[in-house]
Design a binder for this molecule. Structure first.
Ligand code: HEM
Length: 204
């Protein structure tokens, strides 16, 4: 489902990203269990633990990377801390959190272009979160204050923060090779995430 948030201008790099990841998005969306009748709170906790095991090492890699553009403000966009708070609220102890498996097959982050491709996926996922938030509230009674803050991580600012990201992306001078590298990193992020979730046995 890739209906578009209100945007004034779609930069070429975003056109390429959409063309290059639409199928991967659809495939993953179909396998995620958010709308499954079998999804109970226990299965949701498993799913969010698996998300945490991907977001934490990937965001740490972005934070560590020398390739992250100097003018990109990453800390306010980090999502693992919110996942951690959600998991606490859902009854996962600090000790259990420490021991959770973390994904080791991550996208390679060796250039600014690669960083931006990864970030496109992580930021774009906040858009779908708006739909998932309503579903999980209705299905499990979980909201931002009792275990589902991740799904509404930017709250009312979701659209604005997406447009800010797209504007940032569109304003960067970017060569054809870099554009390819952005798309490759986004594709790899989708496929690494899907493979990881599959290995954690949380996909349909
Ligand atoms: C069942 C789960 C999901 C649903 C229902 C869903 C739904 C959506 C929807 C409706 C949009 C467009 C929103 C808008 O333009 O206002 C969107 C965009 C997007 N989603 Fe998802 N999504 C899901 C999971 C994911 C996951 C797990 C990821 C990646 C980790 C992801 C990455 C993206 C990206 C990158 C975009 C931006 C596409 C663009 O406009 O360029 N989504 N999603």
């Amino acid at each position: 489902m890739q209906a578009k948030a209100r945007e004034v201008y779609v930069p070429p790099v975003l056109q390429d990203l959409r063309a290059g990841t639409a199928e991967l998005h659809i495939a993953l969306e179909k396998r995620l269990p958010f709308f499954s009748d079998a999804l109970d709170t226990q299965a949701f906790v498993q799913l969010m633990q698996a998300y945490y095991g991907f977001y934490l090492p990937l965001e740490s890699a972005l934070l560590r990377s020398a390739a992250i553009p100097a003018d990109f403000d990453l800390p306010p966009r980090l999502k693992a801390p919110t996942l951690r708070t959600d998991l606490h609220a859902l009854g996962v102890s600090a000790e259990a959190l420490q021991g959770l498996p973390q994904c080791e097959q991550l996208p390679v982050i060796d250039s600014s272009a690669a960083c931006l491709g990864v970030l496109y996926v992580l930021e774009g996922a906040t858009l779908g979160g708006q739909i998932l938030r309503r579903e999980i509230s209705a299905r499990l009674g979980l909201e931002a204050d009792n275990g589902a803050a991740f799904l509404d991580i930017y709250g009312a600012a979701t659209g604005r923060r997406w447009r800010d990201f797209i504007e940032y992306l569109g304003n960067r001078p970017i060569s054809a090779d870099e554009r390819t590298a952005v798309v490759t990193a986004a594709q790899t992020t989708f496929s690494c995430f899907e493979r990881w979730l599959e290995s954690r046995e949380v996909l349909a």
